[in-house]
Ligand binder design. Sequence first.
Ligand code: ATP
Length: 587
Amino acid sequence: MGIFFKLGWFFKKEKKRYLIGITFLALTSVVNLVPPRILGLMADQLDEGHISWQEYGLLILAIVLAALLLYGFRYFWRSQIWGGAAELELQLRSKLFRQFMAMDRTFYQRHRTGDLMAHATNDVSAVQEVAGEGVLTLVDSLIMSVSTMVAMIAFVDWRLTLVALLPLPFLAWGAWKLGDRLHDAFDKSQAAFSRLNNKTQESVSGIKVLKTFGQGREDTAAFDQMIDDTIKINKKVFKWDSMFDPLGTFLIGLTYTITIIYGGMLVFNKALTIGQLVSFIAYIGNMVWPMFAIGYLFNILERGSASYDRIEKLLEEKSEITDKYADQKLSAKDIAGDLIYHVKYFAYPDEPKVQVLNNIDFTLKTGQTLGLVGKVGAGKTTIIQLLLREFDKYDGHITLNGHDIREIPLNVLLRQISYVPQDNYLFSTSIQKNIAFSKADSNESAIVSAAKKSDLHNDILQMPGGYNTLVGENGVSLSGGQKQRMSIARALLKQSQILVLDDALSAVDARTEMAILRSLRKERKGKTTLIATHRLTSVMNADLILVLKNGRIVERGTHDQLLKLNGWYADMWQRQELEDKVGDSNG
Ligand SMILES: Nc1ncnc2c1ncn2[C@@H]1O[C@H](COP(=O)(O)OP(=O)(O)OP(=O)(O)O)[C@@H](O)[C@H]1O
């Protein structure tokens, strides 16, 4: 029952809806007592042999009227109570979705996508059942069983009521105990199904890798094993289910048998009329559902409660990135200015002792371009992540036009940044919509212009549907280079103050890279650009180049200054130049 208190906030909000629903539910139960009583009266009249057609007609009319009333009452309680359950489902789902949107990276490191999906679907459904089926079962089974018992005693006989209903509590007990096992088995079957889903998704998404590594057969075997396990688990569901139904039939049959034997004796001894026995038999029908229901109720509430706790736990998680300054009156203009980094110490939250950035200091004037280079794992992406506010806990500060970025409203800051990661996400829709994702109200000419600047326009014209070509899930139908250029077009369309390219040109050839960089220089005059890369030609025109090693800046300057230093940059430049020459002569 605790779950009803946990959901108190919701029932309080939806008080009116539930009061109306419960009132109609109670009316339904009471009107349900009428047809059996009328059937009894009819049977008595038939038994006594004096049938007045007028009276008979009136009784039939009363049954029809009761049926019509029941129709109307049922409609009202259903629309109110099921409507309430749907409302709760909606509220929980949107709360969860908002929470998922607000959460930082570490949240997604702690929770797997499949698990989050399960919370947003299975758990929400289990809680929704409490507000629908749970309320119905609790209220209806109580009112219906109590009112039917009162009618049995008042209109028929208390002794028959006592004896005939003896088996029914066992039905409630059986429904509770077996139902518990059934639900348990059902939960396991759901979990197995979810594992199977995860596996299918992973195998299909990674099909290219699987095939190229010749792992197709092994993966199929692993999948077969999983199906075997799932079937074994599902067999348990059928086992408990098959025990449950016959138990119900047996106990209900026993109740009817006792009624016929003992009721028959009472009729024989003239303690009861035939009509009363007929009414009683019809009333038993009213008692069956509440017994099943009471048993079910415990399971619905237990499951709902466990699911609600899981949802609450997720909702209680706090993002490390809080938009504390969301109300700060800062506009895009206020933050358009120099970008200054002064980060003494940064470590990722899961490994707080491993220093990833160490004394990163630099100033980038408005309109300048910064190049970030260095070996893999040197800290280039980490520097960018701090600007994007994926992590807020570091010793030092990063400012934009003098404002600490942690004190700028998130939406104001992020609207001023276009970010192209190494591996961008494309939605399974048309090319046009994928480019326009960064600025939904863009017109066609702006989209085409962005595609031209990122050297993608000609590729798109070659495609069967042009700009309307569908790209498949995460752009499967595109080459790596096309995907990267599409992400750049998306970023350019946004025309933001700061553009960040994180190894975003790694999949395009040197000539295409040069063309894109040329148009970027033209396009982004007066705007700030950050480029992290392994290919030094991408940053040779930058105003400032930082060479990173183990999270520290080991060399800094322009291309020419760095060449003169004769350090890592100069060495790498020579090697890459040589590689290009060898590549050209081979090509
Ligand atoms: N989420 C994370 N949690 C813990 N450590 C991380 C995380 N992301 C990156 N690191 C570590 O931080 C260090 C810097 O990584 P970063 O991605 O910034 O390097 P990078 O220079 O961008 O490398 P690459 O050129 O391969 O992209 C690496 O040692 C990496 O293993």
